[in-house]
Design a protein around this ligand. Structure first.
Ligand code: SF4
Length: 264
């Protein structure tokens, strides 16, 4: 996870509605979040796409243990604040949610993801996409895709509209944009450029299913899965680098097959 490396700001943030500060929407307060005031000053002082690209660069992660470095990851919120945490919408019980556990074990991921949420809400889609492209232009390593939400989930239709507009812009520049969501209760009808992997099967709200099956369950016996559903190659290979997301692109493609992993 990237660290903010710049010096402490000299300007103290003005936390007033007039200065663009509105925190009433969140489950958290600024005092809960390390690095919030520094971020807020940077947002207040941002005047150009270049300024925003530096803020975004400090809040984008490139790959992880399952995702190749060519894929950027950005969360709209934390797992702790996820609208689906601990609900029937999510396939994973709260205590088994890896992202939630990491946030509550180490603290830093929770601060980081809450700052990501604040950035997400303070940046329009066009500027977000422009800033992302500027970050990419400065990178030495190749970039192929953007994943929304390794932790957290879509909160409302505005998140879908914004992500779709970003996906449209980035698709035009040759980048795939994809996500997994359990927010089946939202209106996803505008999501055409954003590839949506459905992580629950209550409605047909996205492009295709991504689900976990217990050992021994035949995918062809599962009603909601297409007959051509495939096991995630990363899962099947027990985590081979060559099948990391980005090397494998099954979840990036809206017309790809349904995918399942095995619950062990
Ligand atoms: S099917 Fe491919 S893209 Fe999807 S999670 Fe598995 S490795 Fe990643």
């Amino acid at each position: 996870m990237s660290q903010q490396s710049h010096a402490e700001p000299q300007v103290q943030p003005e936390r007033t509605p007039e200065s663009g500060f509105d925190i009433g929407f969140y489950n958290w307060t600024p005092d809960d979040v390390n690095g919030f005031d520094e971020l807020f000053v940077r947002i207040q002082q941002a005047e150009s796409v270049n300024d925003w690209s530096k803020i975004l660069a400090d809040h984008l992660v490139w790959g992880n243990s399952k995702i190749a470095k060519s894929v950027g990851i950005f969360n709209m919120n934390s797992a702790t604040d996820c609208p689906n945490l601990g609900t029937d919408n999510c396939q994973v019980p709260k205590e088994s949610c890896y992202a939630f556990r990491s946030e509550n074990m180490y603290g830093n991921p929770l601060d980081y993801r809450r700052r990501q949420e604040f950035i997400w809400d303070h940046l329009d889609a066009e500027t977000w996409a422009d800033a992302f492209l500027e970050v990419v232009s400065r990178k030495r390593n190749p970039v192929t895709a953007l994943r929304f939400n390794q932790a957290g989930d879509f909160r409302h239709r505005g998140d879908i509209v914004k992500a779709e507009r970003i996906a449209h812009r980035l698709n035009d520049e040759g980048y795939d944009v994809y996500t997994y969501s359990a927010s089946d209760y939202l209106d996803w009808s505008v999501a055409n450029h954003l590839t949506v992997n459905m992580s629950n099967a209550r409605r047909e709200y996205g492009d295709k299913h991504y689900t976990a099956l217990p050992d021994g369950v035949d995918p062809t016996d599962v009603d909601f899965l297409d007959d051509n559903a495939v096991q995630c190659p990363y899962d099947k290979s027990d985590g081979a680098d060559e099948f990391k997301c980005g090397n494998c692109r099954l979840c990036f493609e809206s017309n790809g097959p349904d995918v399942y992993i095995r619950l062990h």
